[in-house]
Design a protein around this ligand. Structure first.
Ligand code: C2E
Ligand code: MG
Ligand code: MG
Length: 721
């Protein structure tokens, strides 16, 4: 054997040697193999080496001992401290502590004078051969001759380094690294935790021994940890890497980047796991803030263009499913450059911050406000029906800008020009933004402080709607609303027992607009509350006028007024009804209110409270269009109702023995069982009337008796009543 082969400082060969030696403890290996294996292992080392057991008996030596002038066979079976090798008075003093430490699993070195043919100062290094972390019956002892003291120091340093890097690499690394280094049994339970855990998690390493890392895991990364431990057991010698969080003693969590490496037994099974955990909390914070920086505007903290486009893509995907277009508002400040030029950039920045605050207050949940540069903001309205909703938002923005901004104690008016575009005809986010930008320039051109809508189709639709909305707002003041009345007949007596008041809009151009064309817009914009009040007042006035047509003993005809959901949300509704009835000089049993099922379901709780109040002041209540809403029967019992109106759609299908008749029969029975009066809507034929009579329906209204008409049309009929 020559000295050219692998040297001790070669980590890999040393690790190899140790592994081979550890294998020698396997009880299944016969003595001959054991001896040969030990020899082969020892011979790999460049320096003279001995294998001793825990008592210090030399089991074998390598060829290199010849260099010290000793036959290796002469050493076998002798005690390590036998005088043959040493030029020392009592080698036991030096060597016995080394063996003891080795037996406890610790490596060590000592200087000692080596004897033999050429006595000289030398150094002994001992490495325990570990199995499962414990020293087994063999220890590796290497001898080095040291010539002069300089060489000695170098050699000591080299040997120390070699040792740290090699056999005790784990412990050396574990004890000194800033990372958290641990050993685990194959289930993950800690068997060793490096002292760095004190600094990293503020816990005592000894206290963790026998516990499982899952006890320290953050709920959000616990599964990742459990999975990684399982994977590590399956992946051979490949480390499993993952990121997770562990609890610090102060209750906070630190992020770790962890690699778990299995340590395999000779048979390939996992003997234990070794984990290296690097604290990456700060790194992650930096990463997070970089991500935030990448997607947010530094000054205002609002999303930037990149994030806006991302959100728009999502919104477009949703819009494709719901076929509701998205709306985008491009907002550009008017005269911002002047603020910057005259008051300085710092004031300009403050202005932008204040503008972004005001705009943020307008953004609805689910919508996005972004700053895409300078004084340019973009608002994405995902939850609207395109230009319509966006127009309402634009109005609110302009309203918000009507108030001056206070900058450096001065009130400064900042205006905004807004361009609106929708996804109709433009599928790509960038294109929509461009369209909105074009529209914004149009708004600027038209005189600033206003909005413009990009697409011409959109524009005409939106403008038409805006015109209608404005006209509708004026309709009440301009006295353009009319009430028509449709009589309700008692099916037994054939007399008119009531009227339903139905609103119409008499436009200045002479057109009489039916409620279906403006009630939805009125409900959406809230104008319905005002219209509804007018209807109630007008119906009361009519009731008082009709009083002259009956004798004092006669039951009053009742006027039914339709109430929409929005009105139920008006907290002044009940006092208003009370005041109006009183002002008209009628009593509360002459006016009744009807409301649809779906309106009741909007906010059932609030509805119930309002209805209870109305009932308390003596107003009769009816449920309208029954059967078209949710048809949940449970609420019929809970609500303070007097009347149930069967929807026209059931009545129109009425012929004897038909399914519709069965349904109507069931509804009538149900209503009667609950003590409600049943009114059938939309009776158009004698046949329908006959079936309703047969089914014991109480009252009916429909074109068969009369269409809704102006009140004067019923004067004669009322007198005859
Ligand atoms: P509604 O309350 O169910 O009113 C009944 C509607 O059916 C009326 O339509 C009436 O003209 C129509 N109708 C009555 N009998 C027949 C018939 O035999 N055949 C057919 N085909 N139709 C018949 P109108 O006046 O166009 O009202 C439509 C809806 O507008 C009303 O439905 C009601 O929901 C709403 N509405 C009307 N006036 C008001 C109001 O003052 N306030 C509120 N909130 N809604 C109102
Ligand atoms: Mg009605
Ligand atoms: Mg109805």
């Amino acid at each position: 054997m020559t000295h050219e082969r692998a040297t001790v400082t070669d980590d890999r060969s040393r690790a190899d040697v140790l592994q081979r030696l550890a294998r020698l403890t396997d009880p299944d290996i016969d003595d001959l193999t054991r001896t040969l294996d030990a020899r082969v292992a020892l011979d790999q080392l460049a320096s003279p080496a001995l294998l001793v057991d825990l008592d210090g008996t030399v089991l074998d030596a390598n060829e290199q001992v010849l260099g010290l002038g000793v036959e290796r066979d002469a050493l076998r079976g002798r005690a390590l401290w036998a005088p043959t090798l040493w030029d020392s008075d009592d080698p036991t003093l030096t060597l016995a502590p080394l063996i003891e430490a080795g037996a406890e699993g610790r490596a060590g070195q000592r200087t000692i004078d080596i004897g033999g043919a050429a006595p000289r100062p030398g150094r002994v290094s001992l490495t325990p051969v570990l199995d499962d972390g414990r020293a087994v019956a063999v220890l590796l002892v290497e001898l080095r001759g040291l010539t002069d003291s300089r060489e000695t120091d170098e050699l000591i340093a080299a040997t120390t380094q070699a040792l740290a890097a090699a056999e005790d690499i784990f412990r050396a690394v574990a004890e000194n690294t800033s990372d958290l280094v641990c050993l685990h049994d194959p289930t993950g339970t800690f068997t060793y935790v490096s002292p760095s855990v004190r600094r990293l998690l503020d816990v005592d390493p000894a206290s963790l021994s026998g516990t499982h890392p899952v006890d320290l895991a953050h709920a959000g990364t616990r599964d990742a940890l459990v999975q990684a431990i399982q994977d590590a057991g399956r992946r051979g010698s490949e480390p499993t890497r993952f990121r997770h969080r562990l609890r610090h003693r102060n209750g906070s969590f630190r992020w770790f980047e962890t690699a778990i490496t299995p340590i395999l037994a000779p048979d390939g099974s996992v003997r234990q796991l070794q984990s290296s955990n690097r604290d990456i909390t700060e790194q992650r914070e930096t990463e997070q803030s970089l991500i935030k920086q990448a997607f947010h505007d530094e000054l205002t903290g609002l999303p930037n263009k990149a994030l806006l486009i991302d959100r728009m893509s999502h919104a477009l995907a949703v819009s494709a499913r719901t076929s509701q277009p998205i709306g985008v508002l491009f907002i550009d400040l008017d005269g911002f450059k002047t603020i910057n030029d005259t008051l300085g950039h710092q004031v300009g920045d403050t202005a932008l911050l204040k503008v972004s605050e005001r705009l943020t207050a307008i953004v609805r949940p689910g919508d996005t406000l972004a700053r895409i540069g300078g004084d340019k903001f973009v608002m994405l309205c995902a939850s609207t029906d395109g230009a319509r909703g966006a127009t309402a938002v634009a109005r609110r923005i302009l309203d918000a800008f009507a108030q001056p901004f206070v900058l450096e104690g001065r009130e400064i008016q900042i205006g905004a020009s807004i361009g609106i575009a929708t996804s109709i005809g433009a599928e790509d986010p960038t294109q929509i933004i461009e369209n909105a930008d074009t529209a914004m320039h149009e708004a600027k051109h038209e005189g600033r402080g206003r909005f413009a809508i990009h697409d011409e189709v959109d524009q005409s639709l939106a403008l038409e709607r805006i015109d209608t909305e404005e006209a509708l707002r004026r309709a009440v003041h301009n006295n353009e609303l009319r009430l028509h009345y449709q009589p309700e007949l008692d099916l037994e007596s054939g007399r008119i027992v009531g009227f339903e008041a139905l609103v119409r809009w008499q436009r200045p151009d002479g057109r009489l607009v039916p409620p279906g064309e403006f009630i939805p817009l009125a409900e959406e914009t809230g104008i319905i509350v005002e219209i509804g009040r007018w209807v109630i007042a007008e119906a009361c006035r009519q009731a008082s006028l009709w009083r002259v047509h009956r004798t004092p003993e006669q039951e009053p005809v009742r006027i039914w007024v339709n109430l929409s959901a929005r009105q139920l949300g008006d907290l002044d509704l009940v006092p208003y009804v009370e005041r109006t009835v009183e002002a008209a000089g009628i009593s509360t049993d002459e006016i009744c209110l009807e409301i649809t099922e779906s309106a009741l379901m909007d906010d059932a709780q609030a509805a119930t409270e309002q209805l209870d109040e109305l009932r308390r002041i003596g107003i009769s209540l009816g449920i309208d269009d029954f059967g078209t809403g949710w048809s949940q029967f449970a609420y019929l019992q809970r609500l303070p109702l007097d009347v149930l109106k069967i929807d026209r759609s059931f009545v129109s299908g009425l012929v004897p023995d038909h399914a519709a008749a069965t349904i109507v029969a069931a509804i009538i029975d149900l209503a009667h069982a609950l003590g409600l009066i049943v009114i059938a809507e939309g009776v158009e034929s004698e046949d329908q009337l006959a079936v309703l009579r047969e089914l014991d329906c109480d009252q009916a209204l429909g074109f068969l008796f009369s269409e809704p008409r102006e009140p004067a049309a019923f004067e004669a009929a009322l007198t005859a009543n």
